[in-house]
Structure formats: C-alpha cells, structure tokens
Design a protein around this ligand. Structure first.
Ligand SMILES: Nc1ncnc2c1ncn2[C@@H]1O[C@H](COP(=O)(O)OP(=O)(O)O)[C@@H](O)[C@H]1O
Ligand SMILES: Nc1ccn([C@@H]2O[C@H](COP(=O)(O)OP(=O)(O)O)[C@@H](O)[C@H]2O)c(=O)n1
Length: 205
C-alpha cells in the first residue's frame, strides 16, 4: 500500500512531534525534511561549497550530526532553502521516500504543495508565535543552549517570514489541507485529531 501523509507548518508548531507519533501508530516511515535543509546549510557553510552541490552530495553522516537541531543549523537551513537549485537537488529523494510501500509521513514546509501535492492526507500545523517560541525555548533550555526566550522568538519570526515570503516553495497550506491549531492542545490531542483524519482516508483493510 502507498499512502502519504504531508505535514507542513511554521517553526516549532509541532509538525515533527505529530509526524513521529503518527508514523509509530500507523507503522509508516517518517522523514523530517527539515533535517535535509539543516544538513545542507551546515555543510555548505563549513565546506565553503555551493549549497546546491552540498545538497546533491548529502550523506547519511551529515543527517546524523548532533548539532542539526540547533539554532545555527536552523538559520543556515532557512537561507539555503530559499534557493531553487537546493530544493531541486532534494526533491527526488523526498518523492521517492513518500512513494515507498507501507506508507510514509513527511513533515516540512512544502510537502503538501510541491513534494506530494497528491498526498492522501495533508495537515497544516499552526500555533501562536508566543507558544511556538515558548516550546522551542524549552527545548533549547533542555539541551543546555543559553538563548533567551526573546532571542528564540526573534529567530523564529525572521525564519518564518523568510520561509513564507520566498518565491521558491513558500510555506503555505496545500490544496485541501486540514488546519491543526495546536496552541492550546496537548500533544496527545493533536496526534489523536491527525489520526482521525488518516483513518478517514485509509483504505478498508
Ligand atoms: N500540542 C502539541 N503538539 C505538538 N508538539 C507540541 C505540542 N505541545 C507542545 N509541543 C512541543 O513543542 C516542541 C516543538 O515541536 P516540534 O515537533 O519539534 O515542532 P516542529 O517540528 O514544527 O518544529 C516539542 O518539544 C513538542 O514536544
Ligand atoms: N520541506 C522543508 C523543510 C524545511 N525547510 C527549511 O528548513 C528550515 C528548518 O526546517 P525545520 O523543519 O527543521 O525547522 P523547525 O520547524 O523544526 O524549526 C526551515 O526554516 C525552512 O527554511 C524547507 O524550506 N522546506
């Protein structure tokens, strides 16, 4: 069976958490596509190579770096993600992942619009900017990053503006996407709602 769940939304809205939980619940494979852009951004900056070349030559080890979830990687990702050549270089890998037998969940910014416009289920996850900053800040505190809440909020604001304002695959809901506002939702409630939408579309066993 091929079945694709596309999850998009702004930074720290809860995409990855929901995608991971859905993949575990339904036995689908999960791809956090943000990691591809994070790894590309870091690699291009460090090796001083063209970002498109960095994207085209990503290796497993690049995606296993411990610093991928940090603020520097996020900023580098959002810069290279505005380049159409970088997006093109990552497209086929993502499409192949989505088409795998057994089902797949992908989370990112353009999954429901560009990568998988025909996904069986599209979910656009949002939360208020304050709540998203609070969540990301809590993660940084847990990881020992001294960034303040105000700094985190400002980083997210700049990145969201860049991601939604760029010409190449801007952040926006795909046609037919369901809106999931997690601002006042528990993780369990958010996952349960998403799971109901998937169950509605799953073929009868
Ligand atoms: N209702 C919720 N849904 C999803 N994540 C939530 C929720 N409430 C709190 N979180 C927390 O928000 C943080 C950011 O979530 P994450 O999945 O990393 O977001 P994203 O992938 O959109 O950047 C995580 O620490 C997660 O546990
Ligand atoms: N499908 C995707 C995924 C990420 N990205 C870019 O990569 C950056 C990091 O994405 P991420 O999903 O890891 O970031 P968070 O939402 O977890 O903060 C985003 O700010 C986007 O610029 C993208 O352009 N397209």
């Amino acid at each position: 069976m091929r079945f694709t769940v596309a999850i998009d939304g702004p930074a720290a809205s809860g995409k990855g958490t929901i995608a991971r939980a859905l993949a575990a619940r339904f036995g689908f494979a999960h791809l956090d596509t943000g990691l591809l852009y994070r790894a590309t951004g870091l690699r291009a900056a460090e090796a001083g190579i063209d970002p498109a070349a960095a994207a085209a030559s990503l290796r497993e080890a690049d995606l296993a770096r411990p610093d991928l979830r940090g603020a520097e990687a996020a900023e580098a990702a959002s810069r290279v993600a505005a380049l159409p050549e970088v997006r093109d270089a990552l497209l086929v890998f993502q499409r192949n992942f989505a088409a795998r037998e057994g089902g797949a969940v992908l989370d990112g910014r353009d999954i429901g619009t560009v990568i998988c416009p025909d996904a069986e289920v599209k979910i656009f996850v949002v939360a208020s900017p304050e709540e998203r900053a609070r969540r990301r800040h809590a993660e940084f505190v847990a990881a020992g990053d001294p960034r303040t809440l105000a700094e985190v909020a400002e980083d997210l604001r700049i990145r969201d503006e860049r991601d939604a304002g760029r010409a190449a695959a801007p952040l926006k809901p795909g046609a037919g996407a369901r809106l999931l506002d997690t601002t006042e939702m528990s993780i369990d409630a958010a996952v349960a709602q998403a799971a109901r939408w998937i169950n509605e579309q799953l073929p009868e066993a």
